[in-house]
Write a protein that binds this ligand. Structure first.
Ligand SMILES: CCCCCCCCCCCCC/C=C/C(=O)SCCNC(=O)CCNC(=O)[C@H](O)C(C)(C)COP(=O)(O)OP(=O)(O)OC[C@H]1O[C@@H](n2cnc3c(N)ncnc32)[C@H](O)[C@@H]1OP(=O)(O)O
Ligand SMILES: Cc1cc2nc3c(=O)[nH]c(=O)nc-3n(C[C@H](O)[C@H](O)[C@H](O)COP(=O)(O)OP(=O)(O)OC[C@H]3O[C@@H](n4cnc5c(N)ncnc54)[C@H](O)[C@@H]3O)c2cc1C
Length: 710
């Protein structure tokens, strides 16, 4: 219907020699087809191409929305904020990938200012304001201002410092960022080089970048927007280096935004993908003996007295890393958002897209009906739900640990570190790979910017690196696992998410009782297999490290680090599976909702088991036959998910604006939208492209001349 080949050919001839034309003077063929497209769009606007899919759902979608969002209130607020953003033309984002870097950055400033205006005008609550910013969906300096600068002051500043700085930040009288990473060091925080030397004569710190590699490099919001930063630097007083501490440093004038004396700063340059994270002004910063008052050192954890004496409060020094722990837990929640967006696009489009299957001109097969499509897509759908629930749990853990820390109980600090680091690493790696898989699941159209997937990938993929490189974070988890295994012999009972290791005698020798595919639907069977696999992998690593008797323990750890990574992943996957099982055990209202979540939980667990079958077999937790039965059950579960798939992504409750994808439209009317979108590209502003007269015409003429001479 839309393959108007003959029209196109005629018109191309007609305009071959015409000069460039603006979009407002479209050639008739474009206008004709285009207006047909618009009319069609209008006529079809009320047609729901996915209605048949929605009709097959065997559960109450509205109640699933509640299960996904966490409460009826959460659904309501999110819905209101999403619509507020979607209906406001300032928040338009469909042209983002076509903007130059400068235009994109200015657009980000405009959106941030407009969002703030709306927040103030409408007197939005903190919860509403956070959601509004989320739905604006454009990385920018505000993410770092609210996400790291404010939390760093809250977590590491004294009451007095909070009292002074937070009201300024809350009202945007200052804009802040988090300046930790340097050109030479990011992962190794203790290796940072920037210095903060106390000068008792003036009661000031002198902040200095002694080398090129000590230049701050990467902080978001630093390049162009921030007036202030929390800067991490080596504290030197009385001639002694006391290691890394945080300092509030003003960078730019509050009058004209020019850098203060001794401060050199700018943007570090374009990043991966069009649009995407280029809206963020990641920056470079150097200090040349910049002086700040002593009371701008964040002094909650340790202090420097007027005389220059260093005093460390009686708290673990790792509390300095508290802001990173906070952000890592929020990144897990973000993973489920990014993953669910990609999956929503791929599921809806797979239900619309048809290929093959008809020999006689009858209807073709929806690609969602292909078993291969299901086996690639449904585990990702299940993972989105799994990450959502483990994210909620992690948020609870973080809040609980924070309350304990307030009461000077540091016993759960290690648990918080291991869970935030490990879950951040696993969920971001899976999500980044899954977005790319969703792009492939959408075939050629997935590669178009208008599918929304390239930009989502480009925005998301640095999450595998920022807030801690995923490998570095998993090695932290592995270290804690090794410590826990080594303590088992002394009878110390592990707690929290490590508690299962206390069942070492049983888990090291247990054999799975599964004898049919259905047996794998028993959560106890799944739990036991995952616990045994994780523990056996950790114990194997510990034995291998200790057997390298000639080596220091650290050298053994280094040698075995690839295996340790896998052991850490197994432990984290166990946590995700456990939290999903616990969620499904709760009372969940709504017709069919619990059954669907149960099915997704089983898909998630059995998919991981299938994917990592080598681990399960090598550690002897299950037999090859039991592995085959798990795969058989997985196939049955996919068939169960199939009629519910579209409704399961509808439950994410995303507006078309937030999804930003012509393939993921709620109404499934994909083709006219794709067609319409193509004409918006700046390259289509003229029929004859710029450069034709300089390069194409002479080339063609030259060839014609050569041919005519033959
Ligand atoms: C819908 C889509 C949306 C997408 C999202 C939109 C955009 C959102 C915006 C996001 C913006 C992102 C901005 C990014 C910001 C940043 O990246 S900030 C910089 C982050 N940097 C890092 O994360 C650095 C990583 N490195 C470290 O954390 C540390 O260097 C290290 C690797 C942990 C090592 O630390 P070190 O001090 O050298 O210690 P170790 O010797 O390894 O360990 C000593 C003991 O300390 C314990 N420990 C380590 N860390 C912690 C911690 N955080 N909390 C508690 N305890 C910790 C460790 O276990 C050791 O314990 P013991 O063995 O008992 O001694
Ligand atoms: C988009 C983006 C935004 C950012 N925003 C900020 C910000 O706002 N503020 C800020 O301070 N920083 C920010 N960062 C910096 C970020 O935190 C660091 O890039 C990150 O912590 C990784 O450190 P690195 O770059 O030093 O990587 P490296 O450590 O140099 O990593 C390079 C490679 O070495 C490997 N590696 C490193 N150490 C080990 C080890 N011990 N064992 C095995 N392998 C190892 C890594 O796995 C990786 O493969 C941002 C980065 C990005 C990409």
């Amino acid at each position: 219907m839309w393959r108007g080949g003959s029209n196109t050919r005629t018109c191309k001839r007609r305009f071959f020699s015409s000069p460039t034309r603006s979009r407002h003077h479209r050639p008739p063929y474009i206008c004709r087809l285009h207006s047909r497209g618009s009319q069609h769009l209008k006529a079809m606007a009320e047609v729901d191409h996915l209605a048949a899919e929605r009709a097959t759902a065997r559960f109450d979608v509205e109640e699933m929305k509640v299960a996904w969002a966490g409460s009826r209130h959460a659904v309501h607020v999110a819905d209101r904020m999403a619509r507020l953003v979607a209906s406001d033309p300032v928040f338009r984002k469909d042209n983002r990938t076509m903007l130059s870097r400068k235009e994109l950055f200015k657009d980000t400033l405009r959106k941030a200012a407009h969002a703030w205006k709306r927040i103030v005008e409408l007197r939005l609550t903190e919860e509403e304001a956070d959601l509004l910013r989320q739905y604006v969906d454009q990385p920018g300096y505000v993410d770092l201002h609210w996400g790291m600068f404010v939390p760093a002051i809250k977590g590491q500043g004294t009451e007095e410092q909070q009292h002074k700085w937070l009201p300024l930040a809350y009202k945007f009288q200052i804009i802040g960022c988090y300046a930790q990473t340097e050109l030479g060091h990011g992962s190794n925080v203790q290796g940072l080089e920037t210095t903060a030397t106390f000068d008792p004569k003036t009661d000031e710190f002198v902040i200095h970048s002694p080398t090129l590699t000590s230049s701050k490099w990467w902080p978001g919001g630093l390049g162009k927007a921030s007036t202030h930063a929390v800067v991490y630097a080596r504290l030197i007083t009385e001639g002694k280096d006391y290691g890394i501490h945080g300092f509030i440093v003003q960078l730019r004038s509050l009058e004209d935004h020019s850098p203060l004396p001794g401060v050199t700063l700018g943007d570090i340059g374009g990043k991966f993908g069009s649009g995407a994270y280029n809206s963020m002004d990641n920056g470079v910063l150097r200090f040349d003996h910049v002086r700040i008052p002593r009371d701008q050192m964040l002094m909650r954890l340790s202090q420097v007295t007027r005389e220059g004496k260093y005093v460390h409060s009686n708290v673990p020094k790792q509390l300095l890393y508290g802001t990173m722990v906070y952000v890592r837990q929020s990144i897990v929640a973000d993973a489920s958002k990014a993953l669910s967006r990609a999956v929503c696009i791929a599921v809806r489009y797979s239900a619309v897209r048809k290929q093959f299957g008809s020999q006689d001109g009858g209807p073709e097969t929806q690609v969602l009906n292909y078993k291969t499509q299901q086996s690639r897509l449904f585990p990702l759908l299940a993972s989105a739900y799994a990450f959502r629930f483990v994210g909620d749990w992690l948020n609870w853990l973080y809040t609980d640990v924070t309350q304990k820390l307030e009461a000077k109980d540091f016993s759960t600090l290690q648990e918080a570190h291991a869970c935030t680091a490990g879950l951040k690493a696993v969920t971001t790696s899976v999500t980044a790979d899954a977005i790319e898989e969703c792009r492939k699941l959408c075939g050629g159209h997935g590669y178009l910017n208008s599918s929304g997937l390239p930009e989502l990938f480009a925005v998301y993929v640095p999450a595998c690196t920022y807030e801690g490189d995923n490998v570095v974070l998993l090695l932290q988890v592995a270290r804690i696992l090794m410590k826990t295994v080594s303590q088992l012999a002394s009878g110390k009972q592990p707690v929290g998410t490590m508690a299962y290791m206390g069942k070492v005698q049983y888990l090291m020798q247990c054999k799975s009782a599964v004898s049919s595919a259905e047996d794998w639907l028993n959560p106890d069977a799944i739990q036991e297999a995952f616990e045994a696999r994780a523990l056996r992998m950790a114990v194997n690593c510990a034995q291998n490290i200790s057997q390298a008797a000639s080596q220091e323990e650290a050298a053994g750890f280094y040698e075995r680090s690839p295996d340790l990574l896998e052991a850490a992943v197994a432990h984290i996957q166990l946590i995700i599976v456990t939290k999903f099982i616990e969620k499904v055990h709760q009372e969940i209202p709504g017709h069919g909702v619990k059954e669907q979540l149960q099915a997704l939980c089983n898909v998630y667990a059995l998919y991981i088991l299938h994917k990592h079958l080598g681990d399960f077999l090598a550690t002897g937790c299950i037999t090859p036959r039991q592995g085959a039965l798990a795969n058989e059950q997985l196939g049955k579960l996919y068939a169960q998910v199939r009629p519910n798939a579209v409704a399961l992504v509808d439950a994410f409750n995303y507006t078309d604006h937030y999804l930003g994808s012509v393939l993921g439209r709620y109404d499934g009317d994909v083709y006219p939208a794709l067609y319409e979108e193509a004409w918006k590209d700046p390259l289509n502003e003229t029929v004859v492209p710029e450069g034709y007269h300089e390069y194409l015409r002479p080339l063609i003429k030259q060839q014609q001349l050569k041919l005519s001479r033959l």
